[in-house]
Design a binder for this molecule. Structure first.
Ligand SMILES: C[S@@+](CC[C@H](N)C(=O)[O-])C[C@H]1O[C@@H](n2cnc3c(N)ncnc32)[C@H](O)[C@@H]1O
Length: 257
């Protein structure tokens, strides 16, 4: 019995090691150029106010971010921010430490240019989110319309892992993806539709769902796209969960009641 618990603990450690080696190997691979070049081309060739995901006011995102009840000094990262005006709005509201990450350098340059001198208050990252190594933790992770482009299990796991190591303990997550009746493709790419259970499974037990709803987005050409918006709160870090689970398993074997 004790042996089983010890073996389980060992297996978890082995999985952690495999992940570590996998990450090191993936860093040696060539950057996923197709993703990078796809999105740069989009932003080089399209009017940002005519792309299907354009919003003149990111109201729902701002409401869910406000519901997290953070101080103005909180660090808020807009993952796959593109040319969204969310960062302008965050600065205008008084958040002092926003960040924007996007795989497209073109999108980041456009957004920086739009903000002019206000851009200095923002942390900018031209990165693929699945490989992002944040220099510090964030209090809130915001993603509107990025996660659903990750169609492989490998990329989804990588996203989840980056989120886990980039988010503060007791951090907040606001994610919007296509909903169960959302489109099957966007920007010429396949996408994944999420319902709230699928989203909860992706994030795991350490994240408590605080609110969610489905919402129709009207594209500039008048099409309707269903989105799922979710807000989660991180209740425990993975490390604590693993240590606690292992200890509970081992102690119940050693000291049966
Ligand atoms: C549909 S747009 C949404 C942009 C913005 N969030 C908004 O709501 O207007 C998707 C954005 O995610 C970026 N993106 C796509 N895949 C990404 C990845 N793997 N890592 C980082 N950014 C990515 C694209 O460059 C693009 O700006």
């Amino acid at each position: 019995m004790v042996k089983t618990a010890v073996l389980e603990a060992f297996e978890e450690r082995q999985e952690w090691l495999t992940d570590l080696v996998g990450e090191a190997l993936s860093d040696m691979e060539i950057r996923p150029m197709d993703r990078w070049s796809h999105w740069n081309k989009v932003y080089e060739t399209k009017d940002p106010t005519r792309v299907s995901w354009f919003q003149s006011r990111p109201e729902t995102s701002l409401r869910l971010i406000a519901n997290a009840g953070l101080d103005p000094s909180a660090r808020i990262l807009d993952v796959g921010g593109g040319t969204s005006i969310l960062v302008d709005a965050l600065l205008a509201i008084g958040y002092q430490q926003p960040g924007v990450l996007d795989v497209s350098e073109e999108a980041i340059q456009r957004t920086r240019a739009r903000l002019a001198t206000r851009a200095e208050a923002v942390e900018w990252y031209v990165e693929d989110v699945t490989r992002f190594k944040s220099p510090h933790r964030w209090d809130l992770w915001h993603d509107r319309a990025v996660l659903h482009f990750l169609t492989t299990e490998e990329d989804q796991r990588a996203y989840r892992k980056v989120l886990g190591r980039s988010l503060a303990e007791e951090g907040h997550v606001v994610i919007a993806t296509f909903g169960p009746e959302g489109p099957g493709r966007c920007s010429g790419l396949d996408v994944v539709q999420y319902d709230v259970d699928r989203m909860q499974r992706l994030l795991g037990e350490g994240f408590e769902l605080k609110e969610w709803h489905l919402e129709d987005h009207v594209t500039p050409s008048g099409a309707i796209q269903q989105f799922l918006f979710c807000r989660f709160f991180r209740v425990s870090s993975e490390v604590e969960t693993i240590v606690f689970k292992n200890w509970t398993a081992v102690s119940s074997q050693l000291f049966p009641e």
